[in-house]
Design a protein around this ligand. Structure first.
Ligand code: THG
Length: 263
């Protein structure tokens, strides 16, 4: 499982404050803790409150790279912001994200090609979030075909069926599970699949972690290969590690949680 740590996001008030006040220690602590907890990639999102998106994103990338070596997932709707920070990246980056809209895909895949980046493609277009597996599949097909046209291999593509809050879109969970299964069959080798797991429990009161980890285990059984989550949620990470074991991705031993963490 590819773990993408979600905590460096200006949606969180303390992170937003740390960005505007240039508190490097706050950001670097979050980066180190997430990597220590098992994050393979860190999502970097300046959030909705930034007044200076370009400088803020560049500062975040430089600040994080001073303390950890992992690749970054640059999470922004602004491609100019992504490109400016890509120039500073010391590792391969993930562009988070493109939609299935033709013009957006052209710009994102062009950029990915130029900088040898990976891409998250969200099964969504200007008509909105799809509510059925069929519509999600139709959009995913467009993304896979477009990526192939730019010579971007399926390994470098992450298809996101959009996990939605369970409290307002309860029927979508099953559609998402089935979409993950279908996306994996779109080509050979299969594209990666990814979800923003915390979306699931957004706005719910109580049991957030339980909702997220149950959803994650089910999505993994459907073929999920990457996930954006809070790696500091230990019960969530334990569930992820256990699901990988049950799916026969790692060899069993009695101390399998410790063994996984030692790797
Ligand atoms: N797909 C892709 N990228 C994504 C998402 C996705 N990036 C952003 C998001 N979704 C994933 N990241 C988060 C990060 C935090 C939360 C949800 C998703 C979250 N935050 C608290 C909340 O809203 O309750 C914030 C609490 C606070 O303000 O302190 O839940 O789906 N490709």
């Amino acid at each position: 499982m590819i773990i993408i740590g979600e905590l460096i996001n200006g949606m969180y008030k303390d992170v937003s404050k740390a960005i505007s006040n240039r508190e490097a220690d706050v950001i670097q602590h979050l980066a180190e803790e997430q990597v220590k907890a098992g994050a393979n990639i860190l999502d970097v999102n300046i959030g909705p409150y930034s007044n200076n998106v370009n400088d803020d994103m560049k500062w975040l990338v430089e600040t994080i790279q001073k303390v950890v070596m992992v690749p970054l997932s640059l999470d922004s709707t602004r491609l100019d912001v992504i490109e400016e920070s890509m120039k500073l990246a010391t590792n391969r980056v993930v562009i988070n994200s493109t939609s299935a809209d033709e013009d957006k895909m052209s710009m994102v895949f062009e950029l990915a090609k130029k900088y040898n980046a990976q891409v998250i493609g969200i099964a969504l277009d200007s008509s909105g979030v799809p509510l059925s597996r069929d519509k999600r599949l139709e959009l995913a097909v467009k993304i896979v075909a477009k990526a192939a046209g730019y010579g971007i291999s399926a390994d470098d593509l992450y298809l996101d069926p959009i996990a939605m809050p369970i409290n307002v879109a309860q029927a979508q969970a099953r559609e998402v599970m089935e979409s993950i299964r279908e996306f994996r069959m779109l080509c050979n080798p299969s594209p990666n699949t990814v979800i923003g797991l915390s979306n699931v429990s957004q706005g719910t009161k109580g049991h957030r972690s339980l909702l997220d980890r149950t959803f994650l285990v089910m999505a993994m059984a459907s073929g999920l290969t990457a996930v954006i989550l809070d790696p500091l949620d230990k019960e969530l990470m334990d569930a992820m590690i256990t699901a990988e074991l049950i799916l026969n991705k790692n060899i069993y031993c009695d101390s399998f949680l410790e063994a996984y963490r030692k790797k």
